[in-house]
Design a protein around this ligand. Structure first.
Ligand code: SF4
Length: 355
């Protein structure tokens, strides 16, 4: 049984002082209307009535989209009131919201604490000021440092969101953003490779030849690097790539960029391939005819790669006729074992840099 349930409330573009070049928040969240306190009350109570008797351990209300804390305080209070009441009545367990780094100050932190908000996610996007400027974010890296300091001082759980592939970004600048994110020690990270969405300024830049999006493999390469960095720092990546929805991908709203409905799996398969490869590099390659790897059963399809691409890669790389990757229910997550080479037991184990 699923233990945690989120009640999402989309405040599309509400609170935003302007529009970032890549953003059509209506498209990202899939919802377009303005939300009121009354609507929040309705959403929560309908959701809770559907969950009744299903034994969820934790229920979280999450405000997604927009820039919650850029709204006037009275509007924030209106939206939060029914949620705070549900929290105080023990009907939900926590409250989360997302916002911009320049929309956090001491007053807002105290206000959110008073309303029972547990988690704040910041749309950092990049720690490179040139990239932020070209993306028309309207804030600098200093705003992010300042917001993180305040949120941590007030004891909020902290999420940071980054977008590789923004205008002006390079592999190096995105990697440095990852390093700076780690230095700020967030509780979780979301990574959204930049897509060109319909009806955005980025679409115009792309059509005019002023912006070149990452291709799918470039996005996998930088995201792999970031996921490994986060894994080594024990920071969970709770989202990698945009969620496929009716609005994104299926109806032509992605004009260009590295959209793939199973983006996370592509990145993790690539990490698997590197580690399978690393295990074989320690074996004498002469006359290898057969190898057997074991991976956790739940990660088998990721280890195999799309259409068994990792198996095909290893066969081609080492001229091996028979490569088997098998699932094992007893293996710990993110572990790969080179079990046999030419029928001889090896049992060499490697931990993947995933968290
Ligand atoms: S701050 Fe967020 S919601 Fe607002 S325009 Fe920028 S990306 Fe969109």
């Amino acid at each position: 049984m699923e233990r945690k349930k989120i009640i999402p409330i989309f405040v599309s573009h509400q609170g935003c002082p302007h529009t970032c070049v890549f953003c059509n928040q209506v498209k990202i969240t899939g919802k377009g209307s303005t939300v009121s306190g009354e609507m929040v009350y309705e959403i929560i109570h309908v959701a809770l009535s559907h969950m009744k008797g299903k034994g969820y351990k934790t229920i979280e209300v999450a405000f997604y989209g927009g820039s919650f804390t850029a709204l006037p305080l009275a509007e924030q209070a209106e939206l939060l009131q029914p949620v705070t009441e549900a929290l105080q009545a023990g009907k939900i367990s926590s409250i989360r919201l997302s916002t911009r780094p320049d929309a956090i100050n001491e007053t807002i932190c105290c206000f959110l604490k008073g309303k029972g908000v547990k988690t704040v996610e910041l749309g950092v996007q990049s720690m490179d000021d040139d990239v932020l400027q070209l993306s028309e974010r309207g804030h600098t890296r200093q705003h992010t440092f300042h917001a993180v300091r305040l949120l941590k001082a007030h004891g909020f759980e902290l999420g940071l969101q980054v977008m590789p592939g923004l205008p002006g970004a390079s592999f190096q600048s995105d990697w440095l953003t990852g390093k700076e994110i780690i230095a700020m020690d967030p509780d979780m990270v979301r990574i959204y490779p930049t897509l060109v969405l319909r009806d955005t300024k980025l679409e115009t830049m792309y059509q005019n030849g002023n912006y070149k999006p990452l291709n799918l493999q470039e996005a996998i390469d930088i995201c792999k690097k970031l996921v490994i960095l986060m894994g080594e720092a024990h920071i969970p990546v709770i989202r990698l790539g945009l969620q496929a929805s009716e609005q994104i991908g299926l109806q032509g709203d992605v004009i260009a960029g590295p959209f793939h409905p199973a983006f996370r799996q592509l990145v993790e398969s690539d990490i698997y391939r590197d580690d399978l490869n690393a295990l074989l590099e320690n074996v004498s390659h002469e006359a290898i005819e057969q190898v057997v790897f074991k991976v956790p059963m739940r990660e088998l399809s990721t280890a195999l790669g799309q259409k068994k691409s990792n198996v095909d890669y290893l066969k081609a790389q080492y001229s091996i006729k028979d490569v088997k990757i098998m699932g094992d229910h007893d293996l710990c997550p993110h572990t790969v074992v080179l079990q046999q080479v030419n029928g001889i037991e090896f049992n060499v184990e490697k931990k993947l840099p995933l968290y």
